[in-house]
Design a protein around this ligand. Structure first.
Ligand SMILES: [Zn+2]
Length: 260
């Protein structure tokens, strides 16, 4: 039987993605709790049962364990296999878009960081400085390998993105007296700017705000909360979603915009 090499690579990158996703689950759980990412090995938070290697296979183990700890039967969050699956899919799409290249390596780093910070922001309403810093530094390093994008473009992107978002946060605080945006979001745009330049940064802010606004209106409409004005939604996941869209479709978005 002959397997199409393209499908073989897609599968390899999917599996690789689920393994990285499994590690991202550890990062998402431990980084905001300021626990070590390396030790101790994973255990059940309820009974302390040490997760054996065959109970730790991405996605598959969750299905075999029927989503429960093998010892005490405490349910394991569906989020674990979901994060693994999303990472797997985005890694395959990364391969599909960039092929085997330097661009692929940095896009996989980018995807991993974005998945980790999205879920941490959902849970804790914070974006760890460590993630923004690694992202920023990786974007600068990446710029040295790129043909039509220099370190200067990366720094301008960071300054424009972070500066613009900081200005919005400042005006919001000044005129509405509420802290609508955290500094974590501002630093996040410094990270995204190093990958996508000034145009990408601005697109991510506008498009991320648009997705966030639609989501905010929908969830305020659906929720039964009395006081909707204090309903707090993290902004990071929407900026991240916009950034992932820009990662895959950035050149088309740019062409479309400048072609108008
Ligand atoms: Zn247990």
């Amino acid at each position: 039987m002959k397997i199409n090499p393209e499908i073989f690579y897609l599968l390899i990158f999917f599996i690789f993605g689920t393994i990285i996703g499994s590690f991202l689950n550890v990062v998402i759980y431990r980084l905001p709790r300021e626990k070590s990412l390396i030790s101790p090995p994973s255990s059940c938070p309820n009974c302390g049962h040490k997760v054996r290697w065959y109970e730790n296979i991405p996605i598959i183990s969750y299905i075999f364990l029927k989503g429960k700890c093998s010892e005490c039967k405490t349910p394991i969050s569906i989020r674990y296999p979901v994060v693994e699956f999303i990472t797997g899919v985005l890694f395959s799409l990364g391969y599909l878009k960039f092929g085997i290249s330097i661009d692929l390596i940095f896009s996989l780093i980018f995807i991993s960081l974005v998945i980790a910070l999205t879920f941490i922001d959902f849970d804790f309403k914070i974006i760890p400085d460590e993630i923004n810093l690694i992202g920023f530094v990786s974007g600068i390093i990446y710029s040295f390998f790129r043909q039509d994008f220099s370190a200067v473009d990366a720094l301008i992107g960071a300054a424009v993105g972070a500066g613009f978002l900081w200005l919005i946060a400042f005006l919001y605080l000044k005129y509405r007296g509420i802290e609508g945006l955290g500094m974590g979001d501002v630093k996040l745009l410094a990270f995204f700017g190093t990958y996508f330049g000034w145009f990408g940064s601005l697109f991510i802010i506008f498009f991320g705000s648009l997705i966030g606004a639609v989501f905010g209106i929908l969830s305020a409409y659906l929720s039964k909360a009395e006081d909707k004005s204090t309903y707090e939604i993290p902004f990071g996941p929407f900026l991240s979603l916009a950034a992932i869209i820009y990662l895959f479709f950035g050149e088309y978005i740019k062409q479309f915009y400048f072609g108008l």
